[in-house]
Design a protein around this ligand. Structure first.
Ligand code: H2B
Length: 95
């Protein structure tokens, strides 16, 4: 199991990333918006493949053209390097 990231390290990492930390949920999240449902669902399919490869999976929801993703490491009870790594890979899909 991955270790929780120390607060200072997490804050420094997130300052460079378009994800926000939810203190209550001990997770990071980002919303993505697309032109339509097809684009959103295509994105979700790509994220699903990344997640399977990483063995690390998003908590997410989809409403038409919007995808809300939350990442945390359930076993560790918070944010680990696995969450930041997956977030960066997801970001690279929409760059
Ligand atoms: C056994 C398996 O590796 C674990 O259940 C993994 C699967 N994917 C996971 N994904 C996420 N986001 N957090 C986890 O703690 C987690 N655990």
């Amino acid at each position: 199991m991955a270790d929780l990231i120390p607060d200072a390290e997490r804050i420094a990492a997130l300052a460079q990333m378009p994800w926000t930390y939810d203190e209550a949920g001990k997770a990071i999240s980002r919303s993505f918006k697309f032109a339509n449902f097809s684009e959103a669902f295509g994105f979700m399919a790509r994220v699903a493949l990344l997640a399977e490869k990483a063995g690390h999976h998003p908590d997410w929801s989809n409403s038409y053209n919007r995808v809300d993703i939350t990442l945390s490491t359930h076993d560790a009870g918070g944010v680990t390097r696995n969450d930041l790594d997956l977030a960066r890979k997801i970001d690279a899909l929409v760059e």
